[in-house]
Design a protein around this ligand. Structure first.
Ligand SMILES: [Mn+2]
Length: 359
C-alpha cells in the first residue's frame, strides 16, 4: 500500500498548523477578527447573554440601521403556549448563525449598524396596551428609517408592526403560515377591538390601509381552519395552500411571489406553524403536511433583490421543543431574513455604517 508522499504530508502539516481565524476568505477573516477585537464573544457558543446573532445590545434608536427585537407576547394563543419565551430561545440558538451568509457572503455587520434591542418589556398584561406599546416603538423605528427583524411572540405582534412600518407606503407581504390570519370576530357581535388576536393581524392591517392585499402572498395554508379565510380571497391576496405548494413546487411559487410583490416595500412574516411540524414541533398549533424548513429557506433565498423593509418570525413555543431543534431552525431562517434586510437596504441606500461592539 502506497503511503502519502513526504512532499504532500509536509504541505498538509503546514495547512493543519494554520489557526482557524486565518481562513482564506478575507472578508470573513476580517469580521471575525473585528468582532473579537471589539469584545464580541465569537469563540464561546455557550454564552446565554449574547445578543441576537451576536449583535450588540442597544436601545439607542439613532445608533441602529437594523434592529433585532424580541417580542415576548402571549395573549391570545389558545393552547400549548410558551411563545413568550420564543425570542429568548431563538436568541440563544442564533449564536450558531452568521456573521457571514454561507452562499451570498453577505455580512450584515459590515454593511450596517445592527443592534439587538432586547425583548420589549411590556408595561401591561392585556392585548390592547401591548399592541399600542409595540406600535409606538415601531413608529420610532420607522421615523428613524430602521429596518426590523422581530422575533415573537404570538403573531398578533405583526399587526402593530405593519401599522407603523406601512404608514407611509402600504406594504406587500410574503407570509408563510398554516393559517391565513385574516379571521374576523369569533363571537358574533364582537367588536373590532376584541377581534384583534393571532388569527387576525392581516385583516386589521388591510383595514388600516397599511397592507396592500393585492401585493400579498400567503403560503402553506392548510388544516381545519382553511374555510375561515374568506377575507384573504375576497381582497385579492394570493393564497397558496400547502397542497398547492407541493403540486406547484417551490421555484414556481417563488416566481409568482416575486411578480406579486413587485418593486414596492415588502414585509416577510413567518409563522412557525407554516413549517411542517416534523421540522418545527415547537408550535401550539401543529398542522401536518406543511412547507419543509428547507423549502422555507428556498422561499427566503428566492426573495433576494426584493425591496424588503421588515421581517419577523412568530409563535415559537419552546415548551414544545425539548431538543431545541425548532429554535435552531428558527434561528437559521431568521439569519436569512437578517441578510435579506441588509442586502435590500444596501440596494436602497449608499449610506454605510458598520456594527461596533464595546469592549
Ligand atoms: Mn400566524
Amino acid at each position: 500500500m502506497a503511503k502519502i508522499s513526504e512532499e504532500k504530508l509536509q504541505k498538509y502539516r503546514e495547512l493543519a498548523n494554520k489557526p482557524s481565524m486565518e481562513m482564506d476568505n478575507s472578508e470573513a477573516r476580517a469580521i471575525f477578527r473585528r468582532m473579537e477585537d471589539e469584545g464580541a464573544n465569537v469563540r464561546d457558543m455557550r454564552d446565554k447573554n449574547v445578543g441576537m446573532y451576536m449583535a450588540p445590545y442597544t436601545t439607542e434608536i439613532s445608533s441602529m440601521d437594523i434592529a433585532c427585537v424580541g417580542i415576548p407576547m402571549e395573549n391570545s394563543i389558545p393552547l400549548r403556549t410558551s411563545t413568550s419565551d420564543g425570542s429568548r430561545a431563538l436568541r440563544e440558538w442564533s449564536q450558531w448563525y452568521g456573521p457571514v451568509h454561507e452562499i451570498w457572503k453577505t455580512i450584515p455587520f459590515d454593511l450596517f449598524s445592527v443592534g439587538d434591542y432586547g425583548d420589549i418589556e411590556f408595561e401591561q398584561k392585556d392585548m390592547l396596551p401591548r399592541i399600542e406599546q409595540i406600535y409606538e416603538l415601531y413608529k420610532q423605528f420607522a421615523a428613524a428609517g430602521i429596518n426590523t427583524l422581530s422575533v415573537g411572540g404570538e403573531h398578533t405582534m405583526t399587526y402593530p408592526i405593519m401599522k407603523a412600518l406601512g404608514e407611509e407606503e402600504p406594504l406587500g407581504m410574503i407570509h408563510i403560515d398554516a393559517h391565513a390570519d385574516t379571521g374576523g370576530a369569533v363571537i358574533p357581535g364582537d367588536n373590532d377591538v376584541l377581534s384583534i388576536n393571532d388569527a387576525s393581524p392581516f385583516r386589521h392591517a388591510v383595514r388600516d390601509g397599511v397592507l396592500d392585499p393585492e401585493r400579498c402572498i400567503q403560503i402553506g395554508i392548510r388544516g381545519r381552519s382553511e374555510n375561515f379565510w374568506d377575507f384573504s380571497h375576497q381582497t385579492g391576496m394570493r393564497v397558496i395552500t400547502a397542497s398547492e405548494f407541493h403540486d406547484m413546487g417551490v421555484n414556481a411559487v417563488i416566481e409568482e411571489a416575486r411578480k406579486i410583490i413587485g418593486d414596492g416595500p415588502c414585509y416577510i412574516t413567518l409563522d412557525n406553524d407554516g413549517i411542517d411540524p416534523v421540522d418545527m414541533p415547537a408550535t401550539g398549533l401543529p398542522e401536518p403536511f406543511g412547507v419543509s424548513a428547507l423549502d422555507t429557506r428556498r422561499i427566503l433565498r428566492g426573495a433576494k433583490g426584493l425591496n424588503i423593509i421588515g421581517a419577523d418570525f412568530a409563535e415559537l413555543s419552546p415548551d414544545n421543543d425539548p431538543t431545541g431543534q425548532s429554535a435552531n431552525i428558527s434561528a437559521a431562517l431568521s439569519f436569512e431574513m437578517l441578510c435579506l434586510l441588509a442586502d435590500s437596504r444596501a440596494i436602497r441606500s449608499m449610506d454605510r455604517r458598520k456594527t461596533h461592539w464595546n469592549k
